[in-house]
Ligand binder design. Structure first.
Ligand SMILES: C[S@@+](CC[C@H](N)C(=O)[O-])C[C@H]1O[C@@H](n2cnc3c(N)ncnc32)[C@H](O)[C@@H]1O
Length: 258
């Protein structure tokens, strides 16, 4: 049987492109909807699942997602159409630059702060936070998902994570929240992905491809696909599992004095 046209799947098992449970997402959406945003901006939105849920929860609100990945944006558009949100949700394929983003009452930036700064981590978090502070309207909200170290990584873990991983690449949680405060926010809600959310995410990230590999060992793309998933799995299990955290910060801009 010629199965060479049967390409490896991509992220088909993920609802969110990050470690985020249905329960946590529901709590976040509920909290953000209470602030009644009329405009929502999702930076590095991927398929913008959380933005769509906010739009669903806030009748009349309009959303704009910006990302470089055309496939993910198409998935977002299709989901918006299916849920009757196409008129209120726009998915734009472009690089997020602060000048082109305008302002919004709710700014979502989930694991995408690198889109707002070219600085080396963790300075890029500060630069992204300052940009978010300028983009969010007075009285609005920012939802930021950002990495932090749950504990200092060992040399062996750093070596297994990704090329050039550094011990000072992330803050601890307190340091991350301090950065948000220094950038002009009050942290209205601080929460972190738990191990179940990570395992659900990491397994869902690869399980469709693992099943594809089991059935397509002789496919022309099998070898490079196997190498890719094995590299990623080693990076998680030998590197950042229980070391790298993701914090979800709901941030309120401090009104300027004077
Ligand atoms: C880890 S994914 C998170 C996606 C989405 N925020 C979510 O949580 O489901 C990071 C996203 O940032 C996007 N990205 C990277 N650089 C970008 C840039 N300069 N402008 C816009 N998006 C960018 C990637 O294409 C990718 O979709």
């Amino acid at each position: 049987m010629d199965n060479s046209k049967d390409l490896p799947p991509r992220l088909t098992r993920l609802t969110f492109h990050g470690p985020l449970s249905e329960a946590r997402a529901a709590g976040i959406v509920d909290r953000l909807a209470k602030a009644q945003p009329t405009t929502v901006l999702d930076i590095g939105c991927g398929w913008g699942e959380l933005m769509l849920r906010v739009l669903d929860a806030v009748p009349g609100a309009r959303g704009r997602g910006v990302d470089l990945n055309g496939d993910d944006l198409a998935r977002g558009r299709a989901n918006a159409k299916e849920r009757g949100l196409a008129e209120r949700a726009e998915f734009v394929e472009e690089s997020a630059t602060e000048a082109g983003l305008g302002t919004a009452d709710l700014v979502i930036c989930l694991s995408s702060s690198h889109a707002l700064s070219s600085a080396q981590p963790p300075l890029h978090t500060t630069e992204a936070l300052r940009a978010l502070r300028r983009i969010v309207t007075p009285g609005g909200r920012v939802l930021l998902a950002e990495g932090y170290w749950q504990r200092p990584p060992t040399e062996a873990e750093l070596g297994a994570m990704w090329p050039d991983a550094r011990p000072d690449e992330y803050d601890d949680l307190a340091g991350l929240v301090d950065r948000a405060v220094e950038a002009g926010f009050r942290p209205a809600w601080i929460e972190t992905a738990n191990r179940d959310e990570w395992e659900e995410f990491e397994s869902g990230y690869q399980s469709d491809v693992e099943e594809w590999l089991a059935a397509h060992g002789d496919h022309p793309l099998a070898e490079e696909t196997r190498e890719r998933v094995e590299r990623h799995r080693a990076s998680w299990l030998r590197g950042y599992r229980d070391v790298l955290g993701i914090a979800y910060l709901t941030l309120v801009p401090v009104e300027s004095v004077g």
